[in-house]
Design a protein around this ligand. Structure first.
Ligand code: SAH
Length: 271
């Protein structure tokens, strides 16, 4: 059984720190000090990883290696995925699956996307003109905060992140998951992301985690010159969703359709 991650210690925390157990009760006998190498070996044995909280860095590393190998995950994305503990963003009962390449439920019928899809979308975002030149995603608009995992990744790769969520319980959950670190350059907004967030526009990077029949015009209006948008959208054949990339060059918008994907629907209004 995986221990529930400490509620007060949300991202980013030094999870891998092992906490020495208190010495077994009973009379303490004084022993002569062991040689240094012996003491180090004993300490290592005492602090063997015993749960996900202890060895999450290792499983996270293995997942990222795989994303690098099989999905050509961009370096900056891999770095962010290495440092953000995905298991802290899902229910503790699902934490053991957090480093498998699988989507997981986050409540209210919504899901956290599978890591390879997140890596793919963020890599595409990072290959946009402005991001490629500057090495940063710049000012980001995210639609569909969900549990806040991708928001945390964006926080590592951008100068500012504004993330909109239409379901209040998920907006609150993300706020709790991101903890105090949200203050500063990450801002969470409870609202309908179909209208984007005009007060902070324009955005160098726009990413959506929910797909609709069309691309809301507001997103394109709020995309900065040289900026890139990555979003799932209903494909032309109505057979399913595809990943859409839009680049803005001045008044020109260039669209490219990529592979089939499967995201939750982009809905209107707030709940
Ligand atoms: N990347 C997220 C995935 C969340 S799933 C994560 O890491 O958890 C997609 C989210 O989009 C859901 O939480 C859903 O409520 C939200 N969503 C759907 N339509 C929306 C809209 N119009 N505005 C804002 N959020 C929306």
């Amino acid at each position: 059984m995986t221990p529930k991650p400490a509620r007060g210690a949300r991202f980013p925390v030094q999870l891998e720190q092992t906490v020495p157990r208190s010495p077994a009760s009973g009379p303490q006998t004084l022993r002569p000090q062991a040689p240094l190498h012996q003491a180090a070996r004993d300490a290592a044995q005492r602090h063997q990883p015993s749960g996900l909280g202890m060895d999450s860095a290792a499983v996270r590393h293995a997942l990222v290696q795989r994303l690098r190998r099989e999905f050509h995950c961009h370096d900056a994305v891999c770095r962010a995925m290495l440092s953000v503990p995905r298991h802290q963003f899902v229910d503790s009962a699902l934490a053991t699956q957090a480093y498998e390449d699988t989507s997981l439920p986050i409540g209210l019928g919504q899901t956290i996307s599978k890591p390879s899809v997140v890596a793919r979308m963020l890599s595409l975002l990072h290959e946009g003109g402005q991001a490629r030149r500057s090495g940063s995603l710049g000012r980001v608009l995210e639609i569909g905060t969900g549990c806040g995992y991708q928001t945390a990744l964006l926080g590592q790769m951008a100068t500012r992140v504004l993330s909109v969520e239409r379901l209040k319980p998920l907006h609150d959950k993300a706020r709790a998951n991101l903890g105090a670190q949200r203050a500063g350059h990450i801002r969470l907004v409870y609202g309908d992301g179909r209208i984007g967030h005009p007060p902070n526009a324009p955005y160098d990077s726009i990413i959506a985690a929910a797909g609709g029949d069309d691309l809301p015009p507001a997103w394109l209006e709020q995309l900065a010159d040289g900026g890139r948008l990555v979003a799932p959208m209903q494909g032309p054949s109505r057979g399913g969703q595809v990943l859409l990339v839009v680049d803005r060059q001045g008044e020109e918008l260039r669209r490219a359709v990529h592979e089939a994907v499967h995201f939750v629907p982009l809905k209107s209004g707030i709940e």
